[in-house]
Design a protein around this ligand. Structure first.
Ligand code: ZN
Ligand code: ZN
Length: 417
């Protein structure tokens, strides 16, 4: 198999357009800027297209870093015990140095959601820990938006088979590719213009939420009657972000969410998940939780209950919320009707909340970035950040102001105004 060629079921012209969107919308790559690109081996057809578009846009140097799932599995099969605490510190230091020299960063997502199912959870956790410690210098520059960065997706075979298990490989890859193209808005006649329009809408939504400065949101839907208090000095985010190097980028292709920081101690009521969640290769479905003073005090799941309970037991903040996000039920992603088993897509198909760590950028200036001030304002801290979907066609949300006034925010699963 010629793995460096695009799978025949993937439309090559749409792949060209996805590369254009990645470089001009996702990164907004500037003339002379270097680009650090990470991708699964199978995504090389997209890597090469992105490199071509980047160089045409005047890129300095494009450096692709490729990972291979078979090499990962070889480590689990044959690696000695000490191998599981190793990480490529030199690589992450080099990336951090590249960002300090204004290199942009792109990641292509396409991992097999079930790759590590059946592997020793202890070893998975050790690798994860070693990587997050070694990766911290690079990660801090990304989450702090020192430079413009973005994530796009490529339809790999293993991922497609997981999403469409009942059809043959060609059909599965073709369907996943089309779903990615639709969700990434590459089917528009002028995708770059379509993204500019979409971005303006997201910015208008987040501005509207910021102007109202709600103290809490009240969610109602089947199995859900939940009041989510918002952190003091919270700020709504969505769409493109201005990086500290002065370049506006779209960190996620696709993105549909407008999101902010809940108050870690002010979430009360019951909530039912509207879609399953995949966490480290485990399917968690039918979550029903009750919150009291910000904390999950009762939870049952139809599937994966042990994993979910263990997850929210990770540390003190894991049973509390670090994000609340508004996503209309109707969007190019949810219209595909596909469960992607990939957070980049699934969290952009429905309103969601996240257990764990809050985002520094979801606070007003003066609070953002200051750990103590964020915690005092109600920002949650945890080692985890796991999103789960709670929105559906019947979701209603009211914004509640400090004086108790209620303003309709969502009706029938979409924006009220
Ligand atoms: Zn989110
Ligand atoms: Zn999230």
């Amino acid at each position: 198999m010629a793995i460096l060629e695009a799978h025949p079921a993937i439309d090559p012209q749409k792949l060209d357009k996805l590369a254009e969107v990645a470089v001009h919308v996702g990164l907004n790559l500037q003339e002379g800027q270097d680009l650090v690109l990470t991708a699964p081996l199978e995504a090389m057809p997209l890597v090469r297209r992105i490199a071509a578009v980047a160089y045409r846009a005047g890129a300095g140097l494009v450096t692709p870093l490729v990972n291979d799932e078979q090499v990962v599995l070889a480590r689990f099969a044959h690696g000695n015990d000490a191998s599981f605490d190793r990480a490529a510190n030199w690589l992450f230091s080099g990336m951090a140095e590249a960002y300090d020299n204004n290199a942009a960063r792109m990641n292509i997502s396409g991992e097999n959601p079930g790759l590590l199912a059946g592997q020793d959870p202890e070893k998975i956790a050790r690798i994860g820990k070693a990587n997050s410690i070694a990766g911290r210098p690079a990660m801090e520059r990304i989450t702090g938006f020192n430079i413009n960065w973005s994530i796009v997706a490529y339809p790999t075979v293993a991922w497609a088979k997981k999403v469409f298990p009942d059809v043959d490989e060609d059909t599965a890859v073709g369907q996943l590719a089309e779903a990615i193209f639709a969700a990434s808005r590459v089917n528009a006649a002028d995708p770059v213009a379509a993204w500019a329009e979409h971005d303006a809408r997201l910015h208008a939504r987040k501005d509207w939420m910021n102007q109202h400065n709600f103290q809490a949101l009240h969610f109602k839907g089947p199995g859900t009657d939940l009041t989510v208090g918002l952190a003091e000095g919270h700020s709504w985010n969505g769409g493109s972000s201005m990086a500290k190097n002065g370049v506006a980028c779209n960190p996620n292709i696709p993105t549909e969410e407008v999101f902010t920081t809940p108050h870690a101690q002010r979430v009360d009521g019951t909530v039912r998940a509207s879609k399953p969640l995949v966490h480290q290769g485990t399917l968690i479905d039918g979550i029903e939780a009750r919150f009291e003073a910000g904390r999950i005090v009762e939870v049952t799941c139809a599937t994966g209950q042990d994993v979910f309970r263990k997850l929210i037991d990770t540390d003190e903040g894991a049973a509390r919320l670090g994000e609340v996000a508004l996503v209309p039920f109707r969007s190019p992603i949810s219209d595909t009707g596909v469960l992607f088993f990939n957070t980049l897509f699934d969290e952009n198909a429905a309103c969601h909340i996240a257990q764990g760590q809050c985002y520094s950028e979801c606070f007003v200036e003066g609070v953002s970035g200051d750990k103590e001030k964020m915690a005092a304002a109600g920002g949650n801290e945890s080692l985890i950040h796991v999103d789960w979907m709670i929105g559906g066609p019947e979701t209603e949300i009211d914004g509640i102001k400090a004086d108790g006034t209620r303003v309709p925010v969502f009706r029938d699963g979409g924006w009220a105004a």
